[in-house]
Design a protein around this ligand. Sequence first.
Ligand SMILES: Cc1cc2nc3c(=O)[nH]c(=O)nc-3n(C[C@H](O)[C@H](O)[C@H](O)COP(=O)(O)OP(=O)(O)OC[C@H]3O[C@@H](n4cnc5c(N)ncnc54)[C@H](O)[C@@H]3O)c2cc1C
Length: 457
Amino acid sequence: MSAPTDLSTVHDLIAAVRGPVLLPADDGYAAEIAAWNVANPHAPVVVVGATGTADVAAAVRWAGQHGLPVAVQATGHGAVRPAVGCVLITTNRMQELAVDPAARTARAAAGVRWSRVLEAAAPHGLAPLNGSSSQVGVVGYTLGGGLGPLGRTFGFAADHVRAVEIVTADGVARTIDANHEADLFWAVRGGKGNFGIVTAIEFDLFEVPALVGGGIYFPATHAAEVLHAYRAWAPTLPERMNTSLALLRLPARPQLPEPLRGAFVVHLRVAFLGDVAAAERLLAPMRAAAPALIDAVGDLPLPAIDAIHQDPVDPMPTRERGVLLGELTAEAADALLGVAGPQADVPLVMVELRHLGGALGRPAAVPTAVTGRGAVFSLFVIGLGVPGLVPVVDAVTDAVLAAPGRAVVPGGMMNFSGGAGPEVLLSNWAPADRDRLLRIKRSYDPTNVFSTNQAIV
Ligand SMILES: Cc1cc2nc3c(=O)[nH]c(=O)nc-3n(C[C@H](O)[C@H](O)[C@H](O)COP(=O)(O)OP(=O)(O)OC[C@H]3O[C@@H](n4cnc5c(N)ncnc54)[C@H](O)[C@@H]3O)c2cc1C
C-alpha cells in the first residue's frame, strides 16, 4: 500500500479522530513532530495528535488498513531513531492524572510528564519513581525500565506498575495487569514500545518523608582521585543512599555558574532518604577525596528533585548508549579516564556511572522484562548527535564502553540502549526471556506494526 500523500486519502482518519491529523505540507506538522532530541528528525507520512484512547485506537486501525507502521511520541526525550514513513501518534494532549493517596498509587495518561506527578504526589508525602529529569514522559520512561534517583531504595519504575492500558496492533484497547494478559504485562514493562500504544498506566507511589539531595562538582584536575574514591565508596553504601558520578563536558552557557561554564567537571549526584547529619557522615569520604567547585547537598523538596542531576532542559542533539558493569576495578577506572578523562579531546557530553544494587538487584513482586539485576553500575555515554561528529562519537562511545573490559555484564535497559538495532537490543535479554519476548511480540503484533524507534524485530 502506498503512503497517503494528500488529505483526500486521509479523510476517513480525520473523521475517526478528535485530535488534529497533519500531513507534511500542513501548518503545525513541524511543531507536532518536534522532539527533545533533535538529532533524529521525524518524517512521518501523517501525524495524529491523539486526545484519548479512542483516537489512538482509530489511528492504529487506520495504519493497519494502509500497511503503515506506527510510532508514538510524548516528549521526544527518547527519539533515538527517526520515525519515518509511518503514522506518528503524539500523546501530549493526553494529560489525565489522578493520585490516590490512600492506595498510594497514581494513574497517568500517555502524555503526562513526571513534573506533574511529583507536584500532585508531594502534598501527600508521596513520591513516584521518576528519572533524573522530570521533563521526561511517565509512560516511555517506565516502559523502558525507569532507573531514577530513588532506584536503589525502591527499584525500577517498571517494577511498580499496577496496570497498563494499551492499544495493540489489532486496534483493541486492553487493560492488562498481573492477572489479565500477564504475558503482555510482563513484556511491556521493560520491552518498551514494541507491543502497542500505552494510553495510561497505574503505578505505585512511595512514602518519602525526607529527602537529602543535590550534587558536588569537582574540578578536572582531581578527576582521577574522585573516580577512584567513588568506585571504592559506592559499593559500601546502604540502600537509602542513591548516587551516580558523571564526567561532564559542559557548554560555555551564561546560565551556568562560572566554575562550570565550558568546563570539564566530575559531578557526584546524591539522593538520600534520611536526615542531613546521616547523609553528611556517608558523604565524608567523597568530600575528603578532593576539593569541590560547588557543594550543594541538603534537604530537598521532592518537586525539586531535578536539582540532583541538573539535566539539560532545552532540546539538544544527543547520541547515546550504555552497558552494565559487575564491578569497577582500579584498572577499569584508569581505562575510562584514558579515553574520556579531561585530557581527551572527544565530542562527548557525559560519561555516567550510576550505582545499582539494592532494590534494583531484586526481582519485582510481579516479574518484569527488566534485565541486569546483578549489575553494580550502569555505564552510560551521551555524545553530541551532530551529523559530522556521529562517526567520532560512535568510535569514542565504543572505546568508553569497552574500557571496563570483562567487568561488562549481560543485560541493559531500553532507556539506556540508544538507537541500536534489534539484534543488539535483544542481546539485553537472556535466551529464554528473549524467546518469550519474541513469542509475545508475534502473538500481539504479527505484522510488526510497532517497528519504529527501539524495535526488537
Ligand atoms: C534528559 C534525559 C534524562 C533521562 N533520564 C533518565 C533516567 O534517569 N532514567 C531512565 O531510565 N531513563 C532516562 N532517560 C531516558 C528516557 O526515559 C527515555 O528516553 C524515554 O523513552 C523517554 O520517554 P518519553 O515519552 O519522554 O520520550 P518519547 O521520545 O516521546 O518516547 C520515546 C519512546 O518511548 C516509547 N513510548 C513513549 N510513549 C509511549 C506510549 N504511549 N506507548 C508505548 N510506547 C511509548 C516509544 O518507544 C517511544 O519511541 C532520560 C532521557 C533524557 C533525554
